[in-house]
Design a protein around this ligand. Structure first.
Ligand SMILES: Cc1cc2nc3c(=O)[nH]c(=O)nc-3n(C[C@H](O)[C@H](O)[C@H](O)COP(=O)(O)OP(=O)(O)OC[C@H]3O[C@@H](n4cnc5c(N)ncnc54)[C@H](O)[C@@H]3O)c2cc1C
Length: 261
């Protein structure tokens, strides 16, 4: 079985968010981590490898420094890493990102593609299903459990406060939730292998069946008009009214003060 896991290097927003003048994220200026949902997706792939035997390839599109998340994945147990990086691919929205990733995946053999449900920076949850659409394969999203039986996968899919059991014939794309599992740690031997590992690096020229009008900032139908860090509101005020009617008159008073009513 051949499994591809799409991993995104995301800014560690705990360290504060920095933007370029054009509103895109200044990724070079921020600490970077492996997107949490993707780490759970990788762990799911490694457990399928342990259980059924599989080759796990991790793929990322980003700045050259995104190779760091591929090495982290190899140190956790992935077999191969593919970095898709090229200036012309920069500033991509989800359409251009998924078009690019699908163009890279067309060079690889696969039975199963696993992506995260969503990235903690763009937060759109669009790229996974878009990749499946470009490749013409089914998608099962929000996986909580993944089982393989021959050429079929059975997935427990999170749904409101319940779940669906869905089955699909491979090849199929699954989007993973970070609740899916507790990812393993990198092993010392794995870290050693990861430092030596050969990372395959592809650029625009290596993308299969991709049109220039669908890549990078120029090929992105969605333009981020303005992006800014959330404004941190001041400390809230804690009020303990004597009675419910005191609470009501207090709130009404506040709303009047603020000319809301
Ligand atoms: C604040 C902000 C808002 C944005 N809003 C929009 C918007 O509304 N519409 C829009 O089109 N674009 C938007 N973007 C751009 C968008 O973030 C990028 O296109 C991004 O590359 C993909 O979208 P995402 O981060 O939402 O990923 P999701 O769609 O949330 O990612 C889902 C999964 O796809 C895989 N994946 C995503 N990106 C990569 C990658 N580079 N390499 C490997 N795997 C990957 C991962 O497995 C990930 O878990 C926004 C960016 C920012 C920073």
């Amino acid at each position: 079985m051949k499994i591809i896991v799409c991993i995104k290097q995301v800014p560690d927003t705990k360290g504060g968010v920095k933007f370029n003048p054009d509103g895109t994220l200044d990724r070079g200026a921020m600490l970077a981590i492996m997107n949490p949902d993707d780490k759970a997706g990788l762990e799911a792939a490694l457990r399928l490898k342990d259980q059924y035997g599989a080759e796990v390839t991790v793929l990322t599109m980003g700045l050259p420094k995104a190779a760091d998340v591929l090495r982290e994945a190899i140190a956790m147990g992935a077999d191969k890493g593919v970095l898709v990086t090229d200036r012309v691919l920069g500033g991509a929205d989800t359409w251009a990102t998924s078009t690019t990733i699908a163009g890279a995946i067309r060079n690889l053999d696969y039975d199963l593609i696993i992506t995260g449900r969503q990235a903690i920076d763009g937060d759109t949850a669009q790229v996974g299903p878009q990749i499946a659409e470009h490749l013409g394969i089914p998608v099962i999203s929000y996986a909580q459990e993944i089982k393989v039986d021959g050429d079929k996968v059975t997935v427990k899919r999170q749904y409101d406060d319940g779940y669906h059991m869905l089955e699909a014939k491979m090849p199929v794309l699954i989007t993973a939730l970070s609740e899916l599992n507790d990812p393993r740690y990198m092993t010392p031997g794995g870290i050693f292998d990861a430092c030596k590992a050969e990372i395959t690096t592809w650029g625009r020229a290596d993308l299969k069946d991709v049109d220039d009008s669908n890549i990078g900032l120029a090929g992105s139908p969605t333009k981020i008009a303005r992006a800014s860090d959330k404004v941190r509101k001041g400390q809230g005020e804690k009020v303990v009214p004597e009675s419910p009617s005191d609470a009501v008159s207090y709130i009404v008073g506040k709303l009047k003060d603020k000319h809301v009513i």
